[in-house]
Write a protein that binds this ligand. Structure first.
Ligand code: IPM
Ligand code: MG
Length: 378
C-alpha cells in the first residue's frame, strides 16, 4: 500500500527527531511492503520566519490531503514575544482544529528497562499496582479541540487601569464531551477496562456537565468500570499511586497538564508519543491523524545530537496502528525500541539517577541507529 504522510518537522529538536522517525518508517515500509510518501510542510516558528504566519493556508490544505501527519515540535525563544495569534503554537492548535482531531491519546507506561529513570521508589509504585509490581501503564485521553484552548477570550480596558481584565472561557458542548468519552471507553475496552473521568466538578459547571454525560453513557459500557476524580487529587495520585489508573479521560487543559506530569514517571518526556485522532475523512480513506512526541522543541539542546528520538519513533508506530491499522508493523517498531533499550544504550534524559556507565550514554544518532539495526534484524 501507498500512504502519503505530511511531515511537519517544526522547530528546535523537531527536525532531528522527525528525521529519525522517517528513517524508521521507510525501513518498516521496506520490510513489510508499504510505501510511505513524505510531503514536508512549513509550520511553527520556521513558517513565521519564511511566510510571516505560523500556519500558512497552503500547509493546512496540504495537511488535509494527506493520510496522516508526523509532527516534531514547534516554538522557541525567538518567537516568544509575538502576539498570541502569531505564535508558533498557533500552528499546532490550527492543525488540530482544522483536521478536527478531538481525541488525543497519550500513553504513559514504565518500561522495565527505564525503572531507574522513574523518580518513584519501587515500593511506591508497587503499592498501587493491582499485582503489586513496581510499574504502571496508563493512557490519558485528552479532549483536544475544545474547552478553554478554543473558547471565547479577550481583554477589557486599557490594560493599565485596575479594572482592566483578561479572560478565557471553558465551554463544552454535549457533542464534544460525548464523542471524546466514547473514544476513551473504546480505548478502555481494549486495555484493562477501567476509565477515570478527571475534572473539577466540585467547582466548575462545565465539569459537572462532563460527569452528567459520563454517567449517562457509562450504562452503555457495562464491562468498563467508571470512576470520577478531581484534577487536584489526580495530580497527587499520579505521583503517589499511578498503578491505580488505566484510562484517564479529561478536558483539553487538564490533559495538557496531567500528561506532562505522567511523562516524568515514565522516565522522561523524551519517551512519550501521542496520537490525535477523530477527524472526519471527507471522502478520503484515512481521516488524517496527527502523531507527535509530547515533548517540546527544546531549543537548548537542538542540533547537538542530544535529543531522545524515541518519542518521535514511537509516534510513528502509533500512526501505523491508529491511522492505518498496521498492527504488526507498529509492534515491530515498538519491539525495535525495546531491544535498543535492552542493549543498554540510553540518551542522557533516560540514563537514570545513579551513575549510568558513561560509555552507554549516546546521542540521537546512535540511539536511532540502534533502533534501525534492531528493526532490520527483527
Ligand atoms: C502539548 C503542548 C501544546 C498544548 C502547546 C505547545 C500549545 O503543550 O501538546 O501538550 O498545550 O497543547
Ligand atoms: Mg503540553
Amino acid at each position: 500500500m501507498n500512504y502519503s504522510i505530511a511531515l511537519v518537522p517544526g522547530d528546535g529538536i523537531g527536525p532531528e527527531v522527525t528525521a529519525k522517525a522517517v528513517d524508521v518508517l521507510a525501513l518498516t515500509g521496506h520490510k513489510f511492503g508499504h510505501f510511505f510518501n513524505f510531503v514536508e510542510l512549513e509550520a511553527g516558528g520556521r513558517a513565521i520566519d519564511s511566510t510571516g504566519e505560523p500556519l500558512p493556508a497552503s500547509s493546512m490544505e496540504a495537511a488535509k490531503r494527506c493520510d496522516a501527519l508526523l509532527l516534531g515540535a514547534v516554538g522557541g525563544p525567538k518567537w516568544e514575544n509575538l502576539p498570541g495569534h502569531l505564535r508558533p503554537e498557533r500552528a499546532l492548535l490550527g492543525l488540530r482544529a482544522g483536521l478536527g482531531v478531538f481525541a488525543n491519546l497519550r500513553p504513559a507506561a514504565l518500561l522495565p528497562q527505564l525503572k531507574d529513570a522513574c523518580p518513584l521508589k519501587d515500593e511506591v509504585l508497587a503499592a498501587s499496582h493491582p499485582e503489586g509490581k513496581p510499574t504502571f501503564d496508563l493512557l490519558i485521553v485528552r479532549e483536544l479541540t475544545g474547552g478553554i484552548y478554543f473558547g471565547e477570550r479577550g481583554r477589557d480596558g486599557d490594560g493599565k487601569s485596575d479594572d482592566s481584565s483578561a479572560f478565557d472561557t471553558e465551554r463544552y458542548s454535549r457533542a464534544e464531551i460525548e464523542r471524546v468519552l466514547r473514544v476513551a471507553y473504546g480505548a478502555a475496552a481494549k486495555r484493562r477496562s477501567k476509565l477515570c473521568l478527571v475534572d473539577k466538578a466540585n467547582v466548575l459547571e462545565s465539569s459537572r456537565f462532563w460527569r452528567e454525560i459520563a454517567s449517562e453513557i457509562a450504562g452503555e459500557y457495562k464491562n468498563i468500570e467508571t470512576s470520577y476524580m478531581y484534577v487536584d487529587n489526580c495530580s497527587m495520585q499520579l505521583i503517589h499511586a499511578p498503578g491505580q489508573f488505566d484510562v484517564i479521560v479529561t478536558s483539553n487543559i487538564f490533559g495538557d497538564i496531567l500528561s506532562d506530569e505522567a511523562s516524568v514517571l515514565s522516565g522522561s518526556i523524551g519517551m512519550l508519543a501521542s496520537a490525535s485522532i477523530g477527524g472526519k475523512a471527507a471522502g478520503r480513506k484515512y481521516p488524517p491523524g496527527i502523531y507527535e512526541p509530547i515533548h517540546g522543541s527544546a531549543p537548548d539542546i537542538a542540533g547537538k545530537d542530544l535529543a531522545n528520538p524515541l518519542a518521535a519513533i514511537l509516534s510513528a508506530a502509533m500512526m501505523l496502528r491508529y491511522s492505518f491499522s498496521l498492527e504488526q508493523e507498529a509492534s515491530a517498531i515498538e519491539a525495535a525500541v525495546n531491544s535498543a533499550l535492552d542493549s543498554g544504550l540510553r540518551t542522557k534524559d533516560i540514563a537514570g539517577r545513579t551513575g549510568y556507565s558513561a560509555e552507554r550514554i549516546v546521542g540521537t544518532n546512535a540511539m536511532a541507529a540502534a533502533v534501525m539495526a534492531a528493526l532490520k534484524a527483527g
